[in-house]
Design a protein around this ligand. Structure first.
Ligand code: NI
Length: 136
């Protein structure tokens, strides 16, 4: 029986959107306020969905305590109250857009979560803007 369990987490972080290969004028034109050199912050919500076969012995798909601890340790503690653009290694050469943040989170968790599960990451940058990534 296939089923999906979800765990939600939260982190606050600062960023700016910037392509170092472009001049200031083009960065400003493409990214607008998001290019502000003084940075700005978001309250990000991340939802991790894990899909697989239900274990009939436990009635679990995956132990949610283990999933929670994994997300806390490897994602939330890594990003919370950080400046993604200047402080987080994952974005040294990667523009910290919502899309790229979701991909980075998916890649981090893909290495930690058993391959028998499929995982999908949904990242809310604002209440109305969110992205989803499930690999590929
Ligand atoms: Ni932003």
């Amino acid at each position: 029986m296939r089923i999906t369990v979800c765990r939600k987490g939260h982190f606050s972080a600062a960023h700016r959107l910037h392509n170092p290969n472009w001049d200031d004028e083009k960065n400003q034109r493409v990214f607008g306020d998001c290019n502000n050199p003084q940075f700005h912050g978001h309250n990000y919500e991340v939802i991790v969905k894990v899909t697989g076969e239900l274990d009939p012995e436990t009635g679990y798909l995956i132990d949610l305590k283990i999933l929670r601890d994994m997300i806390n340790e490897h994602v939330l503690d890594r990003f919370d109250h950080r400046n993604l653009y200047t402080e987080v290694e994952d974005f040294r050469n990667l523009n910290p857009t919502a899309e790229n943040i979701a991909i980075v989170i998916w890649k981090i968790l893909r290495e930690k979560i058993d391959k028998k599960y499929e995982i999908k990451v949904t990242l809310y940058e604002t209440e109305r803007n969110f992205v989803e990534y499930e690999g590929q």
